[in-house]
Design a protein around this ligand. Structure first.
Ligand SMILES: O=P(O)(O)OC[C@H]1O[C@H](OP(=O)(O)OP(=O)(O)O)[C@H](O)[C@@H]1O
Ligand code: HPA
Length: 200
């Protein structure tokens, strides 16, 4: 067991309920699996086959969009049989909220990773599409040889970009509910779950 240096919190009785289901760490009790681990794995396998079947004339540069894309990129990369280089882009607009805000850029793509390269953006979810569209626009400005986007899930609703922008490959469609697991967080937690969950 990990040594807990914060002994205070385990020794002092604050009189507070330590197990409310509203705490994000206890949220699984109020959640249901909407896509099983097996279905997620099958979808990622299928996406890998589709990408492996593309006819890239030079190695592919894959960008993992942090943080949500990490789980998906990790699972997908091991199934790619073509030569790829990998780095990351970091942009975020949800933080610990379940409604998107303005996009914050933390790490932008670098020109030498994009210019004249075949580029693939990997993200966990295409929800309102604001994040991926902005990242794709930033990448296009750096003149890639080609640019494609792959997401694990596409959420079904009518609030998509008016431009018609959408990912080239999407593994699964999910209903219009806040979901977590497989890279997606609920208030910063549970990206590690191998299935996709939604609140009941
Ligand atoms: O299609 P959109 O409505 O723009 O939402 C999709 C984006 O939201 C999430 O990122 P978030 O801002 O939560 O940051 P995170 O990756 O660190 O979770 C997710 O990883 C996508 O990048
Ligand atoms: O439903 C969602 N879950 C987690 N992160 C997200 N980012 C956009 N939509 C979602």
């Amino acid at each position: 067991m990990a040594k807990d240096n914060n002994t205070e919190s385990t020794q002092i009785d604050t009189g507070k309920d330590t197990h409310p289901t509203s705490y994000p760490e206890n949220i699984l009790e109020k959640a249901e699996i909407i896509v099983s681990e097996q279905m997620v794995d099958e979808a990622i396998n299928k996406l890998a086959q589709q990408i492996n079947a593309q006819d890239y004339s030079a190695p592919l540069h894959v960008f993992c969009i942090m943080n949500g894309g990490l789980y998906f990129a990790g699972q997908l990369l091991r199934l790619l049989t073509i030569p790829v280089s990998v780095s990351y882009i970091h942009a975020t607009r949800y933080g610990d909220k379940t409604q998107g805000q303005e996009l914050q850029w933390l790490v932008k793509p670098k020109a030498d990773e994009i210019h004249n390269h075949h580029v693939m953006l990997l993200d966990d979810i295409f929800d309102e599409g604001i994040t991926l569209e902005a990242i794709a626009k930033e990448c296009q400005a750096l003149k890639p040889r080609s640019l494609q986007c792959t997401v694990l899930v596409d959420k079904e609703h009518t609030r998509k970009p008016l431009s018609g922008f959408s990912p080239d490959f999407a593994g699964l469609t999910v209903p219009d509910r806040y979901i977590f697991g497989c890279g997606m967080d609920f208030k910063g937690l549970w990206r590690n779950l191998p299935a996709i969950y939604a609140l009941k």
